[in-house]
Design a binder for this molecule. Structure first.
Ligand code: 16G
Ligand code: MG
Length: 580
């Protein structure tokens, strides 16, 4: 390392002493903690991002967010050249840099990374880091720390893209590295163009009555609502944004996708009045007809984003019960996407009619985690789809989905997207070309155009609530479905999630996509014995990647059984026998 570089690093890092007595770890989605202790961490992640950019000779992203956590928390994570999450090989570097006790130790670690990864810090290259942040008040000062971190590596430059959703940052990194347009205006343009293309291809517009009414968005008082407001005019949809973050509401406080999915109740600013008139049934005597008349078949469609808009769930309001909702979670979004895509692929395949259509057997894969409701997995298998399971965390699902021609992944909590392989997209383009010369406007060509539009609408870099919402909206229009009709694709099995505070969550070690606990010894046998008390019960435990707790999940034929199974498994975790 050159003298100039050395003294620059020593000087800047002495301004960011690490918090005393705290050990930070780069978890499922980067570092997260109370914002007051994160300045040194963000500074050091700035250094890490610069090193990664030099090593990969690509643009790297750095996002300051704590997603759905309380507003006083913050966090930081790195986006790799593909726009995906930081490669797992580099996570240990993140951990070691974040926990270095002083500037000299930090310098030594940086040197080790440079040697190990063969990073050319010889001043002949430059590096570029895109910096984004969510709406947290602590974001501004942490951004300054990130800037200092990046700038303390000679030749590294940052570009501040401002307050954005996490998926926007991922998208921009990907676009930049592909040499494509990458501004926010380009992002909006791509979303609205591909959305309108799908709307133009809706087959039977008269079937749209149920879905043409208002969509109400709960923006979690974060950034997503504001971004949706910015493009909604260009979409031709009627959208009302609540909890946009501009009013008095607090970020993620009793609002947002995480709250709605876990609590299964209405977020703030929503109430029984949000049951649309269309869902009403009235008893009528009209022209000799006597009976209940059902209007439409669904209340207003509501959707919730999380604070940084990489999660989305839908719901509708159940009038009779005050704050209860009919939750349409990530599993159902996944099922809707899978159904639509499979339908388009079958139409395309029918088109191999000897008119020059080239054969291609597109491999569609669906990726879920152990949290996926068992009913959704059954449904997807009934559709004839290949379903794979990975541990919790976007990086695992994303990696698995990328192995298919079309990989559809979602966590029940609303994180997910659809990935298209380059090979499949080139074939699709070719097929589209062939079809336009032999049967323009045919069903096959429309199916090809729809799939191309989906690949442009849905974020290829990361799960994106905004693009996910637009794809749901387009498919509902295509099907002529209300949110309730969509929800009837299958009936969720009752489930319960609990969390247990333990001394050391790492004492729980799992395998088989987190469905089996291999440590502490004996606990899985005890869980199995509890499960055996129920017909068709399912339960697992796993250490949280974001909180100091062990999570418990249980599913059973009735809510009472799911509750009691979860409770007895939580007891095992709490009890002295295994974890204390
Ligand atoms: C993070 C993950 C999410 C996962 C959740 C689980 C990303 C971008 N986010 O929010 O995928 O479902 O953690 O949290 O990877 P837990 O480990 O605390 O249960
Ligand atoms: Mg999030």
């Amino acid at each position: 390392m050159k003298e100039e570089q050395l003294s620059l690093l020593l000087k800047s890092s002495s301004k960011f002493p690490p918090p005393l007595g705290v050990k930070l770890s780069y978890g499922t989605s980067g570092f997260r903690a109370d914002a007051s202790i994160l300045r040194s961490t963000v500074f050091r992640v700035g250094i890490l991002a610069a090193l990664r950019s030099f090593q990969t000779k690509s643009v790297i992203g750095l996002m300051i967010t704590a997603s759905h956590n309380v507003v006083s928390d913050n966090g930081v994570k790195v986006a790799d050249p593909s726009g995906g999450m930081l490669t797992q090989d580099w996570e240990p570097f993140a951990d070691s840099l974040a926990n270095a006790a002083d500037p000299h130790h930090l310098l030594q670690l940086i040197n080790e990374i440079i040697k190990k990864e063969n990073i050319p810090l010889d001043g002949t290259r430059s590096a570029e880091i895109l910096l984004g942040r969510d709406t947290r008040p602590s974001g501004e000062s942490l951004l300054e720390a990130a800037k200092e971190g990046v700038s303390s590596i000679l030749g590294a430059n940052f570009f501040d893209i401002g307050v954005v959703t996490t998926p926007q940052l991922h998208w921009m990194v990907r676009q930049r590295n592909l040499g494509l347009k990458a501004s926010e205006a380009d992002y909006f343009e791509q979303l609205s163009t591909s959305f309108r293309c799908l709307m133009d291809l809706v087959p039977n517009k008269s079937g749209m009555a149920n879905t043409s009414e208002k969509l109400i968005l709960d923006g979690a008082n974060g950034i997503g609502g504001e971004k949706l407001e910015m493009i909604k005019e260009s979409l031709g949809l009627v959208i009302e944004v609540r909890n946009s973050g501009k009013g008095a509401g607090v970020l993620n406080e009793k609002v947002g996708a995480d709250f709605v999915q876990k609590e299964k109740i209405l977020p703030r600013s929503f109430g029984p009045n949000d049951v649309g008139f269309r869902s009403a049934e009235i008893f009528a005597v009209v022209w000799g007809f006597r009976g209940w008349i059902k209007f439409g078949g669904g209340g207003d469609r509501c959707a919730s984003f999380d604070g940084d808009a990489d999660r989305i769930v839908y719901f509708s309001v159940i009038q009779e019960t005050g704050n209860k909702i009919n939750l349409v979670d990530g599993d159902k979004i996944l099922s809707l996407f899978a159904l639509f895509i499979k339908e388009q692929i079958s139409i395309l395949q029918q088109g191999k009619d000897g008119k020059g259509g080239s054969e291609y057997h597109a491999r569609i894969g669906v990726v879920q985690t152990a949290y996926a409701n068992g009913a959704s997995t059954d449904y997807l298998k009934r559709l004839g789809l290949e379903v794979m399971f990975t541990p919790t965390g976007v990086k695992y699902l994303h990696e698995q989905a990328a192995a298919y021609d079309i990989g559809i992944y979602f966590e029940a909590n609303g994180h997910g997207t659809v990935l298209f392989s380059e090979k499949f997209l080139s074939w699709l383009e070719e097929r589209n070309h062939e079809l336009s010369s032999v049967s323009i406007g045919s069903e096959q060509q429309k199916a090809a155009l729809r799939l191309v539009a989906v690949s442009k609408l849905i974020n290829q870099a990361a799960g994106d609530a905004l693009s996910g919402l637009l794809l749901v909206e387009a498919i509902l229009q295509h099907m002529g479905w209300s949110v309730n009709k969509w929800s009837e694709l299958y009936q969720d099995l009752p489930s319960r999630q609990l969390k247990v505070k333990v001394l050391d969550r790492k004492a729980v070690v799992t395998t088989n996509a987190e469905t089996v606990a291999v440590e502490p010894p004996g606990i899985q046998e005890a869980i199995n014995a509890e499960i055996a008390k129920y017909t068709q019960g399912r339960s697992f435990i796993r250490p949280s990647g974001t909180e100091d707790v062990v999570r418990v999940y249980a599913e059973a034929p009735t809510q009472e059984e799911a509750d009691s199974l979860a409770k007895s498994v939580a007891h095992l975790v709490e009890g002295p026998e295994y974890l204390k």
